[in-house]
Design a protein around this ligand. Structure first.
Ligand code: FES
Length: 275
């Protein structure tokens, strides 16, 4: 039976056995693990930072003792006191393998940092956004028929746009009186009405006629990547896109191996939500 220690790297899952005393950076290089190093292991660049895991790892079938790596040394102490280092991190070039260990390589320490290219597919779609702008002329208050501003706004929406029941948050109601008077009883409202919503909801209000852009954010929450596209709800144009790796990827590709709080996996039908 070999005295070599089992070293498992995440998120790559690469593993191998190494003689006790092997620097983690050396083990990573021999396994082809993506662990950065600029100073050649001199403890200067800090590119080789790793996060060792301790305790039970049923998925990997290994138990990691507290002494699985060599003790925190003076090079690491010097680096941490001068430049700072996240608690729990070690320098891969300084920490040596002393027992079976699971080592996580954080994204900053990976040479080939992932570039997320998840572009929105260009295709012709008929725009029918759940949120639209409505310009309405609201009746002025009348002594003979006392009613509230919101009541009269709802009546105007029903009369001019055939919009039924409408709700509004307190933040909208607080601005309603000012908007109506500033717009001389004409306002534009951003109204959201989903397919299954019983009531339309006022999301924003402007005095007079407002033509400003109405933007929505489509989020594609995938098990590997997360992408977001800023869309113009009027014509469907994608104005900006961005993405990142789903941080839960380090728990494994298998969704069942991820923490219970994770609810990813919804990858299709990303619909813009109004901003
Ligand atoms: S390789 Fe530069 S600090 Fe470890």
């Amino acid at each position: 039976m070999s005295d070599d220690a089992l070293v498992i790297f995440t998120p790559s899952g690469k593993r191998g056995r190494f003689p006790l005393g092997t620097p983690v950076l050396t083990a990573a290089r021999q396994l082809g693990v993506d662990l950065d190093s600029v100073c050649g292991g001199r403890g200067i660049c800090s590119k080789c930072q790793i996060t060792p895991g301790y305790g039970e790892f049923p998925k990997h079938g290994v138990h990691v003792d507290d002494e699985a790596l060599s003790e925190w040394n003076s090079v690491e102490e010097r680096y941490k006191s001068k430049r700072g280092m996240i608690d729990g991190r070690r320098l891969g070039c300084q920490a040596k393998v002393m027992g079976d260990v699971v080592i996580d390589v954080p994204p900053e320490s990976q040479v080939h940092k992932q570039v997320i290219r998840k572009s929105a597919t260009e295709r012709v779609i008929e725009m029918d956004p759940a949120t639209k702008l409505y310009f309405v002329e609201v009746a002025e208050p009348d002594m003979d028929e006392p009613s509230g501003d919101f009541e009269r706004l709802c009546a105007a929406l029903a009369d001019q746009w055939q919009v039924g029941a409408v709700t509004a948050d307190l933040s909208i109601l607080r601005r309603l009186q000012i908007a109506l008077r500033k717009g001389e009883w004409k306002v534009t409202v951003a109204l959201h009405k989903g397919n299954h919503d019983a009531q339309a909801r006022i999301l924003d209000i402007w005095p007079g006629y407002h033509e400003g852009p109405l933007l929505g954010l489509a989020i594609d929450l995938g098990s590997t990547t997360i992408a977001a596209h800023l869309c113009d709800l009027a014509d469907g144009r994608v104005l900006a896109s961005s993405g990142l790796m789903n941080p839960q990827i380090r728990f494994g590709e298998d969704l069942m191996s991820r923490p219970l709080s994770c609810c990813c996996g919804w990858t299709s039908g990303a619909a813009p939500i109004p901003l």
